[in-house]
Design a protein around this ligand. Structure first.
Ligand code: DGL
Length: 252
């Protein structure tokens, strides 16, 4: 069984791809909504929360852990692998590598949380894949909160997106990397504001393929969604974002 977590509903963008590509996999998804957003926390705090989430998922029987959160991956992926050597982990990292193949201007905008940019993982991605291109790293406080509130369209959303997107476009970026799993839910607004000539890279399909490669057994397509926060609120937002009607339950 796949255990997956995020600070909230953002990781459902990854789960959506996983369901599309591997509809028979069993997945237990934990939305740590009581502690969202992670992006404004320190890396130490996010690492502690990540260890707790993984401990819970393993106790429920997960044998593959998908960290459907860039911030948690930045804060804890290496340490989680060290602490649980027998467990397969899949994490998120900003997709600078594929973005390099798309850019013509040589300027790539990376949109993520503050905490993600502070982690060693981002520095290592830039070191490995950004040779010969300019990276414009922009943290986008407020975007994940909009998605958590189920707000992904309308004037308020467009204004909040433009505030962080415009400076990146003005810096010459013609390719944008979504470095936070909440942001794919903002894709229609991002495409609308950025224009058709800008390529937007969402790493979710590649991550879902990797999870599929590591999955053991065939499963029966059972999807369970749990939250540390308010189950009714998570369920309402999930329905609005994805149209899914799975029951969401709270854990203590
Ligand atoms: N979805 C998360 C990420 O990929 C975190 C957003 C947040 O909680 O700030 O970084």
């Amino acid at each position: 069984m796949i255990g997956m977590f995020d600070s909230g509903v953002g990781g459902l963008s990854v789960l959506g791809e996983l369901r599309r590509l591997h509809p028979r996999l069993d997945v237990l998804y934990l939305a740590d909504s009581a502690h969202a957003p992670y992006g404004q926390c320190s890396l130490t705090e996010v690492a502690e929360l990540s260890h707790r989430n993984v401990g819970w998922l393993l106790a429920q029987g997960a044998d593959v852990i998908a960290i459907a959160c860039n911030t948690a991956s930045a804060a804890a992926l290496n340490d989680l692998r060290r602490v649980h050597p027998g467990v397969s982990f899949v994490g998120m990292e900003p997709a600078v590598k594929p973005a390099r193949a798309y850019t013509r201007s040589g300027v790539i905008g990376v949109l993520a949380t503050d905490a993600t940019f502070q982690g060693e993982l981002f520095a290592s991605v830039v070191g490995r894949f950004a040779d010969g291109v300019e990276i414009v790293a922009r943290s986008c406080p407020g975007w994940a909160d909009l998605v958590e509130a189920g707000k992904v369209a309308g004037p308020e959303v467009e204004a909040a997106i433009a505030m962080h997107l415009d400076p990146v476009l003005e810096a010459g970026a013609d390719t944008l990397v979504l470095g936070c799993t909440h942001y794919p839910f903002l894709l229609p607004v991002l495409h609308h504001l950025a224009g058709a000539q800008v390529v937007i890279v969402d790493p979710a399909p590649a991550v879902a393929r990797q999870i599929g490669r590591l999955a053991t057994g065939r499963g029966s397509g059972r999807i369970r969604i749990r939250t540390t926060g308010d189950a009714v609120q998570v369920q309402t937002t999930m329905r609005r974002l994805t149209g899914w009607d799975e029951q969401v339950s709270a854990i203590t």
